[in-house]
Write a protein that binds this ligand. Structure first.
Ligand SMILES: [Zn+2]
Length: 51
């Protein structure tokens, strides 16, 4: 099941699998971290490259 969601970084709409979003929310719970919102693959790759 796909959902249209806006990337919080580039503000472009992407079609994303709902299960993927739920999984990342679960990861946040597991790591006791904050789910900051959706990043598209491109923006996520760029952000993680900076670390
Ligand atoms: Zn993006």
């Amino acid at each position: 099941m796909d959902i249209k969601i806006e990337c919080k970084n580039c503000e472009e709409y992407r079609l994303v699998d709902v299960n993927g979003i739920i999984k990342s929310m679960h990861d946040s719970i597991d790591n006791n971290s904050i789910y900051a919102g959706f990043l598209c693959k491109k923006c996520a790759d760029e952000l993680f490259d900076e670390d």
